[in-house]
Design a protein around this ligand. Structure first.
Ligand SMILES: C[S@@+](CC[C@H](N)C(=O)[O-])C[C@H]1O[C@@H](n2cnc3c(N)ncnc32)[C@H](O)[C@@H]1O
Length: 416
């Protein structure tokens, strides 16, 4: 008799499977079959149900015909039995199979042939890029993670060292065990809402790769509108070298994107957080912009020494913290639990940093220079009013983003 077990499982996160089976006749003379599934690794998700389909095929070519007619594939659901977990060995136990032929000779025959091979080691599941991509997407979807396919692609391309496009051209490539272990850890953290950008250490902003760490905010696509307007403004000006100040630079994404797209820009970027500035420094170096972007640490304009660093700026841009107390409480978990509070929170009504920037911006701008600020969707009128109160600005405009929310305010400095 040939005895074949074919296990197709979704047990990637719980490690690969070794299986052994045992059959016997119980006291009521019924036919009982037990499968023991041993995980090679400790399961990451002890509470998760694992669904394993066992297709058991018996080739009864040497047995009487009546027996072969009674066999059929078995589909069984296993659940991790947490109580029996041992450090590196988890036991899964199938329910007793009530489907028993009460004919004495059948189980005896079965016993006779089964016991010689009680342990049955299956070959390890081979995880290809395609299988992992599909599995991870499905898993993240089940956990309610936003953009699960994109997230799966980013995690996988980071782990295996391929671009997202390359994943699709190397679909059948098997992923080695060390990389599987790394991916397993990342997927688990992503399922707990840790931002993908922090997990892979970078994100795309204005078609540029920007490195990020939990010390700085993850650049958002909405901020690209601010960069777009800044570049347009600089290109329209007739003067050659243009001086730009990027307040609250964080990862340096705005400064880097402007410098990359406008070669005559000289930029001073400030942030109050040393650790964020270290990330910005890395990005500036990576994009070879160290000769055109200077980083200064301190509170808004404080570290900028007028006359020493630069006399006046053609353009001041900023995406400052602007979350109010009420909004902060309602932030998504992946923002509130992971991104730095000082990058987000700006007092009771979220306007604290705007009022301080706007109060001083006029002193640091050339006549006809511009101030461009990213704003929260409900802050347009309040920020516009702050600008009007200074009497320093004209052409104060609020612009919407691609979600149709107010997103930036631009203003030009008066001639005097
Ligand atoms: C909303 S994040 C923006 C980061 C980056 N510009 C972007 O668009 O992704 C705000 C940044 O402002 C910095 N920050 C907060 N208060 C500041 C202050 N008073 N002076 C300078 N930087 C400040 C934070 O450290 C954080 O990096």
């Amino acid at each position: 008799m040939e005895f074949t077990l074919d296990v197709s499982s979704h047990a990637f996160l719980s490690g690969d499977i070794r299986i052994s089976s045992l059959s016997y006749i119980n006291s009521t003379n019924s036919y009982v079959r037990i499968y023991k599934l041993f995980m090679q690794n400790k399961p990451n998700f002890g509470n998760d149900k694992m669904s394993i389909n066992l297709d058991v095929t018996y080739n009864y070519k040497n047995l009487p015909r009546w027996r072969s007619q009674k066999t059929k594939p078995i589909q069984t659901q296993f659940k991790a039995n947490k109580a029996k977990n041992k450090p590196n060995l988890t036991q899964f136990k199938a329910k007793t199979n009530p489907n028993k032929p009460n004919i004495e000779t059948a189980p005896k025959l079965f016993l006779a042939f089964t016991f010689p091979c009680p342990g049955y080691n299956l070959p390890m599941q081979i995880w290809t890029i395609q299988k992992l991509l599909n599995w991870t997407t499905e898993y993240l979807t089940g956990k309610g993670i936003e953009s699960p396919r994109l997230s799966a692609e980013l995690l996988l391309s980071h782990t295996v060292g391929l671009t997202r496009i390359e994943l699709y051209t190397k679909f059948d490539r098997p992923v080695p065990p060390e990389q599987l272990d790394r991916l397993r850890d990342l997927v688990k953290r992503a399922a707990q809402n840790e931002p993908i950008a922090y997990l892979v250490g970078r994100t795309e902003f204005y078609s540029l790769q920007i490195n990020v760490t939990p010390d700085c905010m993850v650049p958002r696509p909405e901020t690209e509108l601010l960069v777009e307007r800044a570049i347009e403004f600089l290109r329209e000006r007739r003067t050659r070298t243009q001086y730009v100040c990027d307040l609250c630079t964080g990862s340096g994404c705005i400064a880097v994107a402007i410098a990359e797209n406008f070669s005559d820009a000289r930029i001073i970027a400030t942030d109050i957080c040393d650790a964020a500035l270290a990330v910005a420094a890395g990005n500036i170096k990576k994009h070879q912009l160290s000769d055109r972007i200077n980083l200064l640490c301190g509170d808004l304009f404080d570290p900028v020494i007028s006359g020493l660093d630069v006399n006046e700026f053609d353009l001041i841009v900023s995406n400052p913290p602007y979350v109010s107390t009420a909004e902060y409480e309602k932030l998504d978990m992946n923002v509130k639990d992971y991104e730095p509070k000082k990058a987000l929170f700006a007092g009771v009504n979220g306007l604290d940093v705007y009022s301080r920037i706007i109060e001083k911006a006029g002193q640091f701008l050339k006549p006809y220079g511009a101030l461009m600020l990213e704003i929260g969707y409900a802050q347009g009128p309040a920020v516009k009013e702050l600008l009007e109160q200074t009497g320093d600005f004209r052409e104060i405009k609020i612009e919407k983003d691609f979600h149709n929310n107010d997103r930036i305010v631009t203003a030009k400095k008066l001639s005097t």
